[in-house]
Design a binder for this molecule. Sequence first.
Ligand code: PLP
Length: 449
Amino acid sequence: MTDTDSPRAESTSTVEDARDRDESDPLAGYRDHFAVPEGERYMDGNSLGLAPDTALATLERVVDEWRDLAIRGWEAADPDWFHYGEHLGDLLAPLVGADPDEVVVANSTTVNIHTLIGTFLDTLPGTPAGPDPSADPPAVLVNDLDFPTDHYAIRAQLRQRGLDPDEQLVAVESRDGRTIDEADVEAVLRERDDVGIVFMPSVLYRSGQLLDVDRITAAAHDHGALAGFDCAHSVGAVDHALGDAGGDDEGADFAVWCSYKYLNGGPGATAGLYVHERHHGTTPALAGWWGNDKATQFEMRHTYDHAGTAGAWQIGTVPMLSSAPIEGAVELIREAGIERVREKSLALTDYLIELVDERLGDDFSVGTPREHARRGGHVAIEHPEGFRVSEALRDRDVVVDFRPPNVVRVCPAPLYTRFEDVYRVVETIEGIVDADAHREYDPRDGGVT
Ligand SMILES: *Cc1c(COP(=O)(O)O)cnc(C)c1O
């Protein structure tokens, strides 16, 4: 889909045009809140968001509270530490389109997958704790292109219930190695009547495809299955309506996400989860005192009285120092407005895709869907020497990451990336391949990027 002959082409290909776009960007001022590394084009906000000053401020406040209040901080801090996971859940709820009671900040994403998949397996026939243990066992429907940890956690939860993961974990196949067609999710649901849980990502971590949460929820519910989502690659960049998803707006059943990507909560920041209110009261698979009803938690009874909200899926003490930055970081996104953040994200990725089409040769292609409704916050630029290109970019102060086999992920995170940065990134790639500079790098695969 190159369109170098279009009239648009000339106007997009100048740095002046990029600067014009920045001048008319209503969110341009937000960049000043972020610790943008001097001289760098940081295009990795889908892996680790940059630090906002507002997040550092709430972290510092909690450090001060710890120093000044010590144990009293659980009640005397403002907001108090005791209800802090719930408090952050209230702040996050509008970003995912849920009610405050349906969202809490707790645990890690992987742990939240464990507890929520486990919780809902226990409600299904064919599991030991389910309503009819002797029924045929339920299947969990995932996909071929999922982030690995999701499958590890689900397989473990199946195994712990005596179910064979090789039989009960079913993956929808990708037709093109990049995307998942929602029609194929629907087809599996029609073919097999044993699917108890559909668990899909909102955005695929490699190609950046945004899946149709609404359609998948409706399909799952039509076939008597629950619909859960891993929104790690979308919360903070894409607006969601989890509480209204599916036919008749009945809402997705549950979701998880992490706070260190587009939410800018810091490395390993405490994760978030959503459980629709119709499931409040269901017994969490991984019980712990922090999920107890807050009113009776400190009576220290030996029987667990779980909270009647999503707060029940907390496990242990809220990790205050890994949670505090989320407060300030989310404040910024709420102030900018998630719809406007999404709008700018699409404008940036539109621009990036246009430039790739216009400026880079035929060896490059865009693996991310071009339709807005199917695109998350990053763009997968494919090149047979993608690894070497990404290494060469890093040496030229462009921070991207590489995902095998051939994908350079470029994420112009909307709150701190300028159109000029996008322009410079494509210009840098062009310079690298024109000079064959990437061939100076080892073609080997690397470590964590
Ligand atoms: C980043 C990411 C995770 C990370 O899980 P952690 O428990 O935070 O390590 C999980 N799933 C998806 C889809 C992700 O993108």
